[in-house]
Ligand binder design. Structure first.
Ligand code: FES
Ligand SMILES: [Fe+2]
Length: 459
């Protein structure tokens, strides 16, 4: 059994935010600029949101073997995500208990213990202090648990996606995901064995608040305008207006796609109804990448009738699945938002590969993964840059202090447009901002607190 330590620092009182009127700052159809610009609100979010709810940490495939580790963050807390010698996945605080320096400065590796670079304290990968140099210099028993590394008390996996929270009252992860779990299942189950393996990432950093990215994650209103050059590039040689996200060019609300809010800040935008339901339907939508024609010809030669179903495994799945506050699945990618400061955020796009489970030919697996890497060079390089430019320009615009509000009222107040379903989920046309109005209700709930937060240490 591990020992729980209740967190005693005041929570929603960080830097005086107890004085903030959250219901004033976020209203049904508009939000105050301060929530994107105020350092005290940002500091409170790093406990109330990144701590108070389930936050994506990493994927299990990044630490497949015993003693594998990667370094990540929960809000601003540096973490070491490790699979210890008994196979238990832990999220250790990457913070030496002696004087507080980060203990591990590598991105990833395999080790049974971590030695602090400062004075050499050595910790097992269970978090327990193993020894200190010249212990006879201490009067105290250094086996006191207070010297063991702090840990995130709750780490749970949903089919390989690892989430953590400090909130002892948070519902189990599966329940928290609720109606978005089957949508994640569909994203996974189209792959052999219902699995993906995470590979390397495209890493972006922008000068803007983290919420600007989450507010955009389900936004179907901006695509035809913000990504115009991408749509034109994708369709320049297409012969017809049929590649990439071209379905956004005509009136998007009359297309069969939609957005759905599933609770707890989570939502998805389903563009799959735009697809032709046939083998190769997804592949046909894929925009031009180097080598595509060569692979297509080789697949037809090698696999005959089966070629297009296999090529679909390389295609970018047209759905955006967003789990509040920092996780998106879109195309073949896992996107993670990492706050750095009130006006600085990392946006990281992890690529995914399919696995060889024997159900499709091994050489097809290799080629499909090569093609998936080409999709990794597509949207992140040609689309994400459009979005990031907007996020940075919003942060500039919000420096106009007297002009206080931003609006999220698209689709609000039009009878019959936004529908609440029997299971409590909410469906609206693809360009509506209903998802944003709803995830801000969750944000407010978390910011108001109080929350039952804790850390743990090995006994
Ligand atoms: S700070 Fe780690 S051993 Fe001193
Ligand atoms: Fe975008």
């Amino acid at each position: 059994m591990t020992a729980l330590e209740k967190i005693t620092a005041p929570q929603s009182r960080v830097s005086g935010t107890a004085l903030y009127d959250w219901d004033y700052l976020v209203q049904e159809d508009r939000a105050h600029r301060l929530i994107y610009t105020d350092p005290a609100i940002f500091e409170a979010e790093m406990t109330q949101v990144f701590g108070g709810t389930w936050t994506y940490l990493a994927h299990e495939s990044e630490i497949p073997n015993e003693n594998d580790f990667i370094t990540r963050r929960l809000g601003l807390r540096p973490l070491i995500i490790v699979r210890d010698g008994e196979g238990t996945i832990r999220a250790l605080y990457n913070r030496c208990t002696h004087r507080g320096t980060t203990l591990c400065r590598w991105d990833k590796g395999n080790t049974k213990s971590f030695q602090c670079p400062y004075h050499g304290w050595n910790f097992l990968n269970t978090g327990r202090l193993r020894g200190v140099p010249w212990p006879d210099g201490y009067a105290e028993d250094m086996r006191d648990p207070k010297y063991n590394l702090a840990q995130v008390p709750r780490v749970e996996s949903y089919r390989g996606f690892l989430f953590g929270t400090l909130n002892m009252d948070a519902m189990p992860l599966k329940e928290h995901l609720g109606p978005i779990a089957p949508v994640i299942d569909e994203w996974l189950d189209r792959n052999p064995g219902g699995k993906v393996v995470v590979c390397e990432a495209n890493r972006f950093r922008y000068k803007g608040n983290w919420k600007l990215a989450y507010d955009n994650s389900c936004d179907g209103y901006h695509v035809a305008y913000s990504h115009r050059s991408l749509l034109e590039t994708e369709n320049r040689f297409a012969g017809e207006n049929a590649k990439g996200m071209a379905y956004y060019r005509k009136s998007p609300d009359t297309q069969p796609m939609y957005m759905r809010y599933t609770g707890h800040g989570n939502h998805f935008k389903d563009k799959r109804p735009n697809l032709e339901k046939r083998p190769g339907g997804l592949w046909a939508l894929e925009s031009a990448h180097p080598g595509m024609e060569h692979y297509e010809a080789a697949f037809l030669r090698r696999y005959g009738d089966r070629a297009f179903a296999l090529l679909d495994l390389a295609g970018s799945e047209p759905v955006n699945i967003n789990v509040f506050p920092n996780f998106s699945l879109l195309g073949n990618h896992i996107q993670v938002f990492e706050p750095v400061g009130v006006a600085e955020t990392n946006a990281i796009w992890y690529g995914t590969m399919i696995v060889d489970d024997g159900s499709i030919p091994s050489d097809a697996v290799t080629d499909i993964n090569a093609l998936r890497m080409r999709t990794q060079e597509g949207f992140p390089n040609f689309g994400e840059v459009d979005d990031i430019a907007n996020f940075e320009q919003i942060q500039h615009g919000l420096m106009a202090v007297e002009d206080e509000w931003v609006y999220m009222n698209r689709g609000f107040g039009i009878p019959g447009r936004v529908k609440t379903n029997d299971d409590g989920t909410i469906t609206a046309p693809a360009t509506d901002e209903a998802f944003m109005r709803e995830h801000f209700k969750e944000w407010k709930r978390l910011m108001k607190g109080p929350q039952n937060l804790a850390i743990t240490r090995e006994p």
